[in-house]
Ligand binder design. Structure first.
Ligand SMILES: Nc1ncnc2c1ncn2[C@@H]1O[C@H](COP(=O)(O)OP(=O)(O)OP(=O)(O)O)[C@@H](O)[C@H]1O
Length: 238
């Protein structure tokens, strides 16, 4: 069963093309890592897939007309409600959906996302890493089937990064499908069932990370990334 199928999508900001002819399918029970250089168009592609951003060409098909109720999205910057604590923010976010979280349910979600210690701190005063965890919690308030996480571990300390990996695996075991972006290649190998590499607005390769390395005869994903995104790299013809 597929959740999202994007066919030949293209997007321009002004006259600048940032997504070019992208095909992107999200199937049920996947953990997809989207990787690529800064500015490659990963966030824009994800925003188009979840219906937050318009596109100029192509088609995006979702599995359900009410898909927005079943997708959770953590973007890189989250506009928390000013003056409200982490717990209050979470409950207010949940009020946008059919089922509002009780105080206890909100607390449990903060425990799950390892941010409960800061539940009574004003959200805007949390550290960068804590805000990231709260942002992940807000993406989960409506128990979505499909979860998009845009750089969920950027700016996290090693312990927090590991607990976020554990959270992603836990969500996957609960039956959720996860799509995440990252610049950490070890994280991709550790977590992803499939990797999609985007460069200059195009998908340049995709597949199982280990399999892809074998096919391209490189030792690891970092080498594959460096090889495929090196615009000065010209293979020697035999
Ligand atoms: N709202 C916008 N208006 C104009 N240009 C934008 C907008 N959002 C993104 N861009 C530009 O589009 C390009 C792709 O941005 P995008 O955020 O999709 O890249 P990314 O691959 O997610 O990068 P990063 O890894 O740095 O997060 C960048 O050059 C960026 O400056």
């Amino acid at each position: 069963m597929f959740y999202i199928q994007a066919k030949q999508i293209a997007k321009k900001y002004g006259s600048r093309s940032v997504v070019k002819d992208v095909n992107f399918k999200v199937d049920k029970n996947e953990k997809i890592a989207v990787i690529g250089p800064n500015g490659a168009g990963k966030t824009t592609t994800l925003e188009i897939l979840v219906g937050l951003r318009s596109y100029d060409e192509g088609e995006v098909v979702h599995w359900s007309s009410s898909y927005k109720e079943h997708i959770g999205v953590q973007l890189q910057s989250v506009p928390f409600f000013p003056g409200l604590t982490a717990l209050e923010n979470l409950r207010l976010f949940s009020a946008f959906y059919k089922k509002k979280l009780t105080k206890e349910e909100a607390r449990e979600l903060l425990v799950k996302c390892q941010i409960v210690d800061a539940k009574d701190t004003e959200a805007s005063k949390l550290s960068g890493g804590q805000q990231k965890r709260l942002a992940i919690a807000t993406a989960l308030v409506h128990d979505p089937e499909l979860v998009f996480l845009d750089e969920p571990t950027a700016a996290l300390d090693p312990r927090s990064r590991i607990s976020t990996h554990n959270l992603i695996n836990q969500l996957f075991l609960e039956g959720k499908t996860i799509v995440f972006t990252t610049h950490d290649m070890d994280e991709v190998v550790k977590l992803a069932t499939r990797v999609v590499m985007i460069d200059d607005g195009r998908v340049i390769t995709e597949g199982n990370p280990v399999q892809l390395c074998k096919e391209h005869r490189v030792n690891d994903l970092e080498q594959l990334y460096l090889k495929l995104t090196d615009h000065s790299f010209h293979p020697i013809e035999c």
